[in-house]
Design a protein around this ligand. Structure first.
Ligand SMILES: [Zn+2]
Length: 425
Protein backbone atom coordinates (compact mmCIF):
# COMPACT_ATOMS: atom_id res chain seq x y z
CA UNK A 1 0.00 0.00 0.00
CA UNK A 2 1.24 3.46 -0.88
CA UNK A 3 1.17 5.87 2.08
CA UNK A 4 -0.72 8.88 0.81
CA UNK A 5 -1.32 10.34 4.26
CA UNK A 6 2.13 11.51 5.32
CA UNK A 7 4.88 13.05 3.26
CA UNK A 8 6.53 16.33 2.42
CA UNK A 9 8.18 17.80 -0.63
CA UNK A 10 10.54 19.96 1.44
CA UNK A 11 10.15 18.83 5.03
CA UNK A 12 12.68 21.24 6.49
CA UNK A 13 10.92 24.29 5.04
CA UNK A 14 7.40 23.07 5.54
CA UNK A 15 7.89 22.29 9.22
CA UNK A 16 10.16 25.14 10.28
CA UNK A 17 9.57 26.62 13.72
CA UNK A 18 7.53 29.80 13.98
CA UNK A 19 10.57 32.05 14.58
CA UNK A 20 12.47 30.58 11.69
CA UNK A 21 9.42 31.00 9.48
CA UNK A 22 9.06 34.66 10.41
CA UNK A 23 12.74 35.27 9.71
CA UNK A 24 12.55 33.40 6.41
CA UNK A 25 9.56 35.41 5.25
CA UNK A 26 11.12 38.70 6.33
CA UNK A 27 14.24 37.85 4.31
CA UNK A 28 12.19 36.92 1.26
CA UNK A 29 10.22 40.13 1.60
CA UNK A 30 13.27 42.42 1.77
CA UNK A 31 15.01 40.67 -1.11
CA UNK A 32 11.93 40.65 -3.30
CA UNK A 33 11.12 44.32 -2.79
CA UNK A 34 14.74 45.35 -3.42
CA UNK A 35 14.98 43.12 -6.50
CA UNK A 36 11.66 44.30 -7.95
CA UNK A 37 12.59 47.94 -7.34
CA UNK A 38 15.82 47.45 -9.23
CA UNK A 39 14.57 45.28 -12.11
CA UNK A 40 10.84 45.89 -12.63
CA UNK A 41 10.20 49.49 -13.78
CA UNK A 42 6.50 49.41 -12.83
CA UNK A 43 7.35 48.47 -9.23
CA UNK A 44 10.00 51.17 -9.03
CA UNK A 45 7.47 53.67 -10.36
CA UNK A 46 4.69 52.82 -7.93
CA UNK A 47 7.09 52.84 -4.97
CA UNK A 48 8.58 56.12 -6.17
CA UNK A 49 5.15 57.71 -6.40
CA UNK A 50 4.40 56.59 -2.86
CA UNK A 51 7.77 57.94 -1.68
CA UNK A 52 8.97 54.52 -0.53
CA UNK A 53 12.52 53.18 -0.88
CA UNK A 54 13.41 49.48 -0.63
CA UNK A 55 15.10 50.11 2.73
CA UNK A 56 11.80 51.32 4.16
CA UNK A 57 10.43 47.80 3.83
CA UNK A 58 11.84 45.69 6.63
CA UNK A 59 8.77 43.86 7.84
CA UNK A 60 5.35 42.75 6.57
CA UNK A 61 3.71 45.67 8.37
CA UNK A 62 5.84 48.06 6.26
CA UNK A 63 4.20 46.78 3.09
CA UNK A 64 1.18 48.98 3.87
CA UNK A 65 3.27 51.90 2.56
CA UNK A 66 3.16 50.44 -0.96
CA UNK A 67 -0.03 50.66 -3.05
CA UNK A 68 -1.59 47.51 -4.49
CA UNK A 69 -1.18 46.31 -8.03
CA UNK A 70 -4.69 45.06 -8.78
CA UNK A 71 -5.27 41.96 -10.85
CA UNK A 72 -8.24 43.69 -12.45
CA UNK A 73 -5.91 46.51 -13.60
CA UNK A 74 -3.36 44.21 -15.24
CA UNK A 75 -4.92 44.52 -18.67
CA UNK A 76 -4.55 48.30 -18.60
CA UNK A 77 -1.12 48.28 -16.98
CA UNK A 78 0.09 45.90 -19.69
CA UNK A 79 -1.45 47.95 -22.49
CA UNK A 80 0.67 50.90 -21.37
CA UNK A 81 3.82 48.96 -22.23
CA UNK A 82 3.27 45.56 -23.80
CA UNK A 83 3.59 42.79 -22.94
CA UNK A 84 3.97 43.06 -19.13
CA UNK A 85 3.58 46.75 -18.37
CA UNK A 86 6.98 46.94 -16.71
CA UNK A 87 6.14 44.31 -14.09
CA UNK A 88 8.53 41.65 -15.42
CA UNK A 89 12.18 41.73 -14.45
CA UNK A 90 13.45 40.27 -17.72
CA UNK A 91 12.73 40.88 -21.43
CA UNK A 92 10.28 38.51 -23.20
CA UNK A 93 13.17 36.77 -24.97
CA UNK A 94 14.52 35.59 -21.61
CA UNK A 95 11.28 33.79 -20.73
CA UNK A 96 10.45 30.16 -21.11
CA UNK A 97 6.83 30.68 -22.09
CA UNK A 98 4.26 33.46 -22.36
CA UNK A 99 0.63 32.62 -21.63
CA UNK A 100 -2.52 34.46 -22.59
CA UNK A 101 -5.38 34.83 -20.11
CA UNK A 102 -8.80 36.24 -20.99
CA UNK A 103 -8.63 40.02 -21.34
CA UNK A 104 -6.15 39.47 -22.81
CA UNK A 105 -3.53 39.64 -20.13
CA UNK A 106 -0.12 38.08 -20.59
CA UNK A 107 1.45 35.82 -18.00
CA UNK A 108 5.21 35.28 -18.09
CA UNK A 109 6.89 32.01 -17.14
CA UNK A 110 10.55 32.28 -16.26
CA UNK A 111 13.37 29.80 -16.53
CA UNK A 112 13.53 29.18 -12.79
CA UNK A 113 13.56 25.55 -11.73
CA UNK A 114 9.94 25.87 -10.68
CA UNK A 115 8.06 28.97 -11.66
CA UNK A 116 4.60 27.99 -10.41
CA UNK A 117 5.61 25.96 -7.30
CA UNK A 118 2.94 23.22 -7.28
CA UNK A 119 5.22 20.38 -6.12
CA UNK A 120 4.36 20.78 -2.43
CA UNK A 121 0.66 20.78 -3.21
CA UNK A 122 0.85 17.44 -5.02
CA UNK A 123 2.87 15.71 -2.32
CA UNK A 124 0.59 17.10 0.40
CA UNK A 125 -2.46 15.87 -1.53
CA UNK A 126 -1.00 12.35 -1.61
CA UNK A 127 0.57 12.09 -5.08
CA UNK A 128 3.63 9.86 -5.12
CA UNK A 129 6.39 8.93 -7.60
CA UNK A 130 5.01 6.30 -9.95
CA UNK A 131 1.51 7.75 -10.15
CA UNK A 132 0.07 8.00 -13.64
CA UNK A 133 -1.80 11.27 -13.67
CA UNK A 134 -4.48 12.55 -16.03
CA UNK A 135 -4.25 16.33 -16.19
CA UNK A 136 -7.55 17.78 -17.41
CA UNK A 137 -6.65 21.45 -17.15
CA UNK A 138 -6.37 23.49 -20.32
CA UNK A 139 -3.03 23.42 -22.12
CA UNK A 140 -3.44 26.09 -24.75
CA UNK A 141 -2.93 29.78 -23.98
CA UNK A 142 -3.69 29.22 -20.27
CA UNK A 143 -0.84 28.29 -17.90
CA UNK A 144 -3.10 25.87 -15.99
CA UNK A 145 -2.22 22.69 -17.89
CA UNK A 146 1.54 23.09 -18.00
CA UNK A 147 1.96 24.50 -14.52
CA UNK A 148 0.56 21.33 -12.97
CA UNK A 149 2.12 19.09 -15.61
CA UNK A 150 5.67 20.17 -14.85
CA UNK A 151 5.31 19.94 -11.08
CA UNK A 152 4.02 16.38 -11.45
CA UNK A 153 6.99 15.41 -13.58
CA UNK A 154 9.32 16.98 -11.05
CA UNK A 155 7.95 14.81 -8.23
CA UNK A 156 8.28 11.65 -10.31
CA UNK A 157 4.80 11.14 -11.75
CA UNK A 158 3.88 10.32 -15.34
CA UNK A 159 1.48 12.79 -16.93
CA UNK A 160 -1.24 12.34 -19.53
CA UNK A 161 -1.84 15.83 -20.96
CA UNK A 162 -5.55 15.27 -21.49
CA UNK A 163 -6.78 18.86 -21.38
CA UNK A 164 -10.47 19.74 -21.14
CA UNK A 165 -13.49 17.97 -22.58
CA UNK A 166 -13.64 14.68 -24.53
CA UNK A 167 -15.35 12.79 -21.73
CA UNK A 168 -15.57 9.45 -23.55
CA UNK A 169 -11.92 9.46 -24.55
CA UNK A 170 -10.90 10.56 -21.06
CA UNK A 171 -12.74 7.61 -19.49
CA UNK A 172 -11.18 5.20 -21.95
CA UNK A 173 -7.73 6.54 -21.07
CA UNK A 174 -8.45 6.24 -17.32
CA UNK A 175 -9.03 2.54 -17.89
CA UNK A 176 -6.45 1.70 -20.57
CA UNK A 177 -3.54 3.48 -18.90
CA UNK A 178 -4.53 2.47 -15.35
CA UNK A 179 -4.55 6.09 -14.25
CA UNK A 180 -4.04 6.59 -10.49
CA UNK A 181 -4.16 10.37 -10.20
CA UNK A 182 -6.39 13.19 -11.46
CA UNK A 183 -5.87 16.94 -11.76
CA UNK A 184 -8.70 19.25 -12.76
CA UNK A 185 -11.97 20.65 -11.51
CA UNK A 186 -14.07 18.64 -9.03
CA UNK A 187 -17.13 18.83 -11.28
CA UNK A 188 -15.30 17.31 -14.25
CA UNK A 189 -13.96 14.53 -12.03
CA UNK A 190 -17.52 13.65 -11.07
CA UNK A 191 -18.56 13.78 -14.73
CA UNK A 192 -15.82 11.27 -15.58
CA UNK A 193 -16.69 8.99 -12.69
CA UNK A 194 -20.36 8.94 -13.54
CA UNK A 195 -19.53 8.14 -17.13
CA UNK A 196 -17.18 5.38 -15.97
CA UNK A 197 -19.90 3.93 -13.77
CA UNK A 198 -22.34 3.99 -16.67
CA UNK A 199 -20.11 1.71 -18.72
CA UNK A 200 -19.43 -0.59 -15.78
CA UNK A 201 -16.03 0.64 -14.60
CA UNK A 202 -15.81 0.49 -10.82
CA UNK A 203 -13.02 0.94 -8.28
CA UNK A 204 -10.81 -2.13 -8.47
CA UNK A 205 -12.57 -3.24 -11.64
CA UNK A 206 -11.22 -1.14 -14.48
CA UNK A 207 -10.92 2.02 -12.39
CA UNK A 208 -7.63 2.66 -10.57
CA UNK A 209 -7.95 6.29 -9.47
CA UNK A 210 -6.70 6.84 -5.93
CA UNK A 211 -5.82 10.48 -5.58
CA UNK A 212 -6.90 13.84 -7.00
CA UNK A 213 -5.93 17.47 -6.76
CA UNK A 214 -8.78 19.80 -7.66
CA UNK A 215 -8.82 23.56 -8.15
CA UNK A 216 -10.61 26.44 -9.88
CA UNK A 217 -13.99 25.61 -8.30
CA UNK A 218 -15.48 25.15 -4.87
CA UNK A 219 -15.21 21.62 -3.53
CA UNK A 220 -18.31 21.02 -1.38
CA UNK A 221 -17.65 18.60 1.49
CA UNK A 222 -20.60 16.50 0.34
CA UNK A 223 -18.88 15.98 -3.02
CA UNK A 224 -15.54 15.19 -1.40
CA UNK A 225 -17.32 12.58 0.70
CA UNK A 226 -18.84 10.96 -2.39
CA UNK A 227 -15.43 10.79 -4.08
CA UNK A 228 -14.03 9.07 -1.01
CA UNK A 229 -16.87 6.76 -0.08
CA UNK A 230 -18.28 5.84 -3.46
CA UNK A 231 -15.07 5.76 -5.48
CA UNK A 232 -12.27 5.48 -2.90
CA UNK A 233 -10.49 8.59 -4.18
CA UNK A 234 -8.57 10.90 -1.85
CA UNK A 235 -9.43 14.39 -3.11
CA UNK A 236 -7.61 17.48 -1.91
CA UNK A 237 -8.01 21.02 -3.15
CA UNK A 238 -5.63 23.83 -3.96
CA UNK A 239 -5.85 27.51 -4.74
CA UNK A 240 -3.78 29.55 -7.14
CA UNK A 241 -3.86 32.03 -9.99
CA UNK A 242 -2.39 32.34 -13.48
CA UNK A 243 -0.19 35.20 -12.30
CA UNK A 244 1.25 33.75 -9.15
CA UNK A 245 0.89 29.97 -9.28
CA UNK A 246 0.36 28.12 -6.00
CA UNK A 247 -1.26 30.14 -3.21
CA UNK A 248 -2.52 27.35 -0.99
CA UNK A 249 -2.94 23.59 -0.76
CA UNK A 250 -4.63 21.08 1.52
CA UNK A 251 -2.71 18.37 3.30
CA UNK A 252 -4.15 15.00 4.32
CA UNK A 253 -6.03 16.70 7.19
CA UNK A 254 -8.12 18.65 4.66
CA UNK A 255 -8.82 21.48 7.07
CA UNK A 256 -7.65 24.54 5.21
CA UNK A 257 -5.04 25.23 2.54
CA UNK A 258 -1.46 25.71 3.70
CA UNK A 259 0.02 28.96 2.45
CA UNK A 260 3.21 28.13 0.50
CA UNK A 261 6.28 28.83 2.63
CA UNK A 262 8.10 30.93 0.08
CA UNK A 263 5.48 33.57 -0.70
CA UNK A 264 4.61 36.64 1.36
CA UNK A 265 0.84 36.77 1.80
CA UNK A 266 -1.27 39.46 3.45
CA UNK A 267 -5.02 39.30 4.05
CA UNK A 268 -6.30 42.84 3.88
CA UNK A 269 -9.68 44.23 4.97
CA UNK A 270 -11.18 45.76 1.80
CA UNK A 271 -12.86 48.46 3.86
CA UNK A 272 -10.01 49.69 6.05
CA UNK A 273 -6.95 48.50 4.12
CA UNK A 274 -5.62 47.00 7.36
CA UNK A 275 -4.45 43.41 7.81
CA UNK A 276 -7.10 41.13 9.31
CA UNK A 277 -6.63 38.66 12.14
CA UNK A 278 -7.32 34.91 12.13
CA UNK A 279 -10.92 34.10 11.19
CA UNK A 280 -11.59 37.51 9.66
CA UNK A 281 -12.27 38.00 5.97
CA UNK A 282 -9.69 39.84 3.89
CA UNK A 283 -8.44 40.14 0.33
CA UNK A 284 -5.52 37.91 -0.63
CA UNK A 285 -2.53 40.15 -1.44
CA UNK A 286 0.74 38.56 -2.53
CA UNK A 287 4.35 39.61 -2.71
CA UNK A 288 6.07 37.04 -4.86
CA UNK A 289 9.77 36.20 -4.64
CA UNK A 290 10.41 35.39 -8.28
CA UNK A 291 13.35 36.49 -10.40
CA UNK A 292 11.17 36.83 -13.51
CA UNK A 293 7.97 38.31 -12.18
CA UNK A 294 8.63 39.76 -8.73
CA UNK A 295 5.17 41.00 -7.82
CA UNK A 296 4.91 43.41 -4.92
CA UNK A 297 1.52 43.69 -3.23
CA UNK A 298 -0.41 42.00 -6.00
CA UNK A 299 -4.10 42.16 -5.00
CA UNK A 300 -5.84 39.05 -6.33
CA UNK A 301 -9.42 40.19 -5.69
CA UNK A 302 -10.10 36.91 -3.85
CA UNK A 303 -11.52 37.05 -0.32
CA UNK A 304 -10.39 34.49 2.21
CA UNK A 305 -9.78 33.92 5.91
CA UNK A 306 -6.98 32.11 7.70
CA UNK A 307 -6.06 30.20 10.82
CA UNK A 308 -2.64 29.95 12.40
CA UNK A 309 -3.53 27.08 14.73
CA UNK A 310 -1.10 24.16 14.42
CA UNK A 311 -2.01 21.50 11.84
CA UNK A 312 -1.63 17.85 12.87
CA UNK A 313 0.25 17.19 9.61
CA UNK A 314 3.31 18.96 11.00
CA UNK A 315 3.37 21.79 8.49
CA UNK A 316 3.70 25.08 10.34
CA UNK A 317 2.39 27.50 7.71
CA UNK A 318 -0.94 29.22 8.33
CA UNK A 319 -3.91 27.89 6.37
CA UNK A 320 -6.51 29.63 4.23
CA UNK A 321 -9.80 28.16 5.41
CA UNK A 322 -11.56 28.73 2.10
CA UNK A 323 -12.08 31.27 -0.64
CA UNK A 324 -15.28 33.10 0.19
CA UNK A 325 -15.80 35.28 -2.86
CA UNK A 326 -14.46 38.18 -4.85
CA UNK A 327 -13.83 41.70 -3.73
CA UNK A 328 -15.99 42.95 -6.58
CA UNK A 329 -18.99 41.11 -5.07
CA UNK A 330 -18.62 43.20 -1.95
CA UNK A 331 -21.36 45.78 -1.66
CA UNK A 332 -21.25 48.93 0.40
CA UNK A 333 -24.47 49.58 2.32
CA UNK A 334 -24.82 52.63 4.56
CA UNK A 335 -21.04 52.85 4.47
CA UNK A 336 -20.56 49.26 5.63
CA UNK A 337 -19.16 46.48 3.48
CA UNK A 338 -21.42 43.47 3.05
CA UNK A 339 -20.33 40.32 1.25
CA UNK A 340 -22.01 37.08 0.17
CA UNK A 341 -20.21 35.07 2.85
CA UNK A 342 -22.11 36.99 5.51
CA UNK A 343 -25.40 35.96 3.93
CA UNK A 344 -24.24 32.33 4.05
CA UNK A 345 -23.49 32.79 7.75
CA UNK A 346 -26.98 34.17 8.27
CA UNK A 347 -28.51 31.21 6.46
CA UNK A 348 -26.80 28.82 8.86
CA UNK A 349 -28.47 30.58 11.78
CA UNK A 350 -31.93 30.54 10.21
CA UNK A 351 -32.62 26.94 9.22
CA UNK A 352 -36.29 27.79 8.70
CA UNK A 353 -35.35 29.73 5.55
CA UNK A 354 -34.41 27.70 2.48
CA UNK A 355 -32.11 30.58 1.55
CA UNK A 356 -31.71 34.31 2.16
CA UNK A 357 -31.10 37.22 -0.15
CA UNK A 358 -30.28 40.82 0.69
CA UNK A 359 -31.83 43.39 -1.60
CA UNK A 360 -30.27 46.82 -1.40
CA UNK A 361 -32.36 49.75 -2.62
CA UNK A 362 -32.57 53.51 -2.09
CA UNK A 363 -35.19 55.30 -0.07
CA UNK A 364 -34.63 59.02 -0.60
CA UNK A 365 -30.92 59.49 0.06
CA UNK A 366 -30.58 56.44 2.24
CA UNK A 367 -29.70 52.85 1.51
CA UNK A 368 -32.36 50.37 2.45
CA UNK A 369 -31.79 46.69 3.08
CA UNK A 370 -34.54 44.14 2.59
CA UNK A 371 -34.01 40.52 3.56
CA UNK A 372 -35.90 38.11 1.34
CA UNK A 373 -36.61 34.91 3.20
CA UNK A 374 -38.26 32.02 1.35
CA UNK A 375 -39.20 29.48 4.02
CA UNK A 376 -38.62 25.77 3.84
CA UNK A 377 -41.62 23.50 3.51
CA UNK A 378 -42.35 22.90 7.16
CA UNK A 379 -41.62 26.40 8.50
CA UNK A 380 -44.36 28.97 9.04
CA UNK A 381 -43.96 32.74 8.92
CA UNK A 382 -44.28 34.40 12.34
CA UNK A 383 -43.37 37.66 14.05
CA UNK A 384 -40.90 35.79 16.24
CA UNK A 385 -39.11 34.39 13.20
CA UNK A 386 -39.10 37.80 11.55
CA UNK A 387 -37.46 39.32 14.62
CA UNK A 388 -34.91 36.56 14.79
CA UNK A 389 -33.88 37.06 11.14
CA UNK A 390 -33.57 40.79 11.75
CA UNK A 391 -31.43 40.23 14.82
CA UNK A 392 -29.23 37.76 12.94
CA UNK A 393 -28.71 40.28 10.14
CA UNK A 394 -27.75 42.97 12.62
CA UNK A 395 -25.36 40.68 14.42
CA UNK A 396 -23.58 39.60 11.24
CA UNK A 397 -23.75 42.67 8.98
CA UNK A 398 -24.24 45.35 11.65
CA UNK A 399 -27.09 46.66 9.52
CA UNK A 400 -30.82 46.95 10.09
CA UNK A 401 -33.07 45.37 7.50
CA UNK A 402 -36.72 44.62 6.85
CA UNK A 403 -37.71 40.99 6.44
CA UNK A 404 -40.10 39.82 3.74
CA UNK A 405 -41.30 36.24 3.54
CA UNK A 406 -41.48 35.26 -0.12
CA UNK A 407 -41.92 32.19 -2.24
CA UNK A 408 -38.76 31.03 -4.01
CA UNK A 409 -40.47 31.46 -7.39
CA UNK A 410 -41.04 35.13 -6.65
CA UNK A 411 -37.35 35.88 -6.22
CA UNK A 412 -35.49 37.64 -9.02
CA UNK A 413 -31.82 36.79 -9.66
CA UNK A 414 -32.09 34.05 -7.09
CA UNK A 415 -28.46 33.00 -7.49
CA UNK A 416 -27.25 36.29 -6.05
CA UNK A 417 -26.85 36.51 -2.29
CA UNK A 418 -26.80 40.29 -2.51
CA UNK A 419 -28.93 42.05 -5.08
CA UNK A 420 -27.97 45.69 -5.58
CA UNK A 421 -31.12 47.36 -6.90
CA UNK A 422 -29.98 50.94 -6.29
CA UNK A 423 -30.35 53.44 -9.11
CA UNK A 424 -27.82 56.23 -9.08
CA UNK A 425 -29.17 58.55 -11.77
ZN1 LIG B 1 -1.70 20.32 7.39
Amino acid sequence: MIDRKRGFYDEERETMARNDREGFIRRNLRETVAFAYEKAPAVRKKMGEAGVRPNDIQDIADLAKIPFTRKTDLKNIQKGELPFGGLAAVPPSALRRIYVSPGPTYDPEGREETHWRWEKAFVAAGFRPGDIVQNTFMYHFSPAGLMFDEALIRIGCTVIPAGVGNTDMQVQVLKDLRVTGYVGTPSFLMTLLEKAKEIGLMPGDGLHLQVALVAAEMLPESLRKRFQEEFGIQVRQAYGTADVGSLGYECFQASGMHIPDEIVMELVDPASGKPVGPGEIGEVVVTLPNTTYPLVRFATGDLSLYTDLPCPCGRTSPRLLRIVGRVDQVTKVKGMFVHPEQVLQMEKKVPEASSLQLVISRSGHDDKMTIRAPLSERALPSEALRERIKATAREITRLRGEVVFVRVEEMTEREKKILDARKWD
